[in-house]
Ligand binder design. Structure first.
Ligand code: NAI
Length: 354
């Protein structure tokens, strides 16, 4: 289906190739867009069989960050760094120092932070070479540090909006199936339990799942059963790609709203969800609490600014869902269209009814 507000994906502004023989650094930094501010997005260290696979991943992830940051109303563009995990033993300190020098070369056009395979200690090493890094450890009460509590809170606000839209009611009494009980999932469950939701949970780590279920009085199911649980909301908080063709067929939830990035295995799955009458809350619209915290750390915003912006996640989702209804677009396409327009400086009407 073609829609005039949509392009199938937009090309990146720049691709910066990294290669440092001494440390073994090999990878790319993709600047998808710097129109709205520095291209912000984490640094992933992962096993890629060939450099082209790392580049493909970085291109996709950088575009996703640009859309997430634009729709979160942040003064940030979108980017991503992807480093190939060196084969065999390597000097981690030297690797991240070399990466820091690459970030520094971009003179603030790219802002890095941790992502899959990297952590706070790596960012501390990067900081030795450049100031364009966030996600560093902070003292109690200061803005920054672990973004996951903010991500969990933003997902809750979005879920409240979605449940209200569907059922005209609050979270109390709603059944929520949470897949993945790690940093975000566990905190989301705590918030949901306090709000009176009925929880069904699963994690591939059996001990983690049992502990959380006991603590919150949640019903525990096997990881391969969580998608099939009859519930009001399915909250994916584990890995991406869980809603592939098979997953969509098994789903018994009326709403999908969770923290995991790239929940849809492909674009078509979003269309299939819409056809099945499932309200899909686009991942990057609802999981922006973490990047809001990262942005605040970098720009020196106070804590109440983070609280206010995360609290508004529900309103930002509402604007996307309104636009999707006005244009008869599946929700994921509505979000992409709004993000692309915002980056291009063409504000589509996303708050008022047509
Ligand atoms: P995490 O690694 O702390 O937790 C993931 C949990 O999922 C682990 O407990 C793991 O055992 C479990 N898991 C893995 N595969 C599973 C499966 N097939 N079924 C059930 N459980 C499974 O990760 P975190 O930080 O909680 O992030 C969760 C998701 O949210 C990821 O997709 C991440 O990219 C995304 N996200 C996280 C943000 C953050 O602030 N941490 C921000 C935005 C997105």
């Amino acid at each position: 289906m073609h829609h005039p507000d949509l392009s199938p994906g937009t090309p990146p502004e720049a691709v910066h190739v990294m290669r440092d023989l001494a440390s073994g650094l090999e990878g790319v930094i993709v600047l998808h867009s710097t129109r709205l501010g520095p291209a912000a997005g984490g640094c992933r260290l992962w096993h890629y069989p060939v450099t082209a696979a790392a580049t493909t991943d970085a291109l996709r992830l950088a575009e996703g960050m640009a859309y997430k940051n634009a729709l979160a109303d942040l003064p940030l563009g979108g980017g991503k760094a992807v480093i190939r995990l060196p084969a065999g033993k390597f000097d981690r300190d030297a690797l991240f120092r070399a990466f820091g020098r690459e970030v520094e070369q971009l003179k603030g056009r790219y802002l890095t932070a941790e992502d899959v395979g990297t952590g706070v200690d790596d960012m501390r090493t990067v900081r030795e070479e450049t100031a364009h890094v966030a996600g560093l450890p902070v003292a109690q009460g200061q803005v920054g540090g672990d973004p996951s509590p903010w991500t969990a809170l933003g997902v809750l606000r979005a879920m409240e909006e979605a449940v209200h839209r569907r059922h005209g009611s609050g979270i109390a009494g709603a059944t929520v199936a949470v897949q993945g009980l790690g940093h975000v999932g566990a905190q989301l469950c705590t918030l949901l339990a306090a709000a009176g939701a009925r929880l069904v949970v699963a994690d591939t780590n059996p001990q983690r799942a049992a502990d959380l279920a006991a603590r919150l009085g949640a019903k525990l199911v096997a990881p391969d059963a969580i998608l099939r649980v009859p519930c009001d909301v399915f909250a994916p908080c584990a890995l991406g790609g869980v809603l592939d063709g098979h997953g969509v067929t098994r789903l018994k939830a009326g709403i999908v709203c969770g923290a995991a990035n790239n929940v849809l295995a492909s674009e078509e799955e979003g269309v299939r969800l819409a056809d099945q009458g499932v309200l899909y809350c686009p991942d990057y619209v609802v999981n922006s609490g973490g990047i809001i915290n990262v942005c605040a750390e970098h720009l020196g915003w106070p804590l109440d600014e983070v609280e206010r912006r995360v609290a508004e996640t529900g309103e930002r989702l509402r604007a996307v869902l309104d636009f999707s209804e006005q244009r008869a677009l599946p929700t994921h396409r509505a979000a992409d269209a709004l993000a692309q327009a915002r980056i291009a400086g063409r504000e589509l009407d996303r708050s008022k009814a047509a």
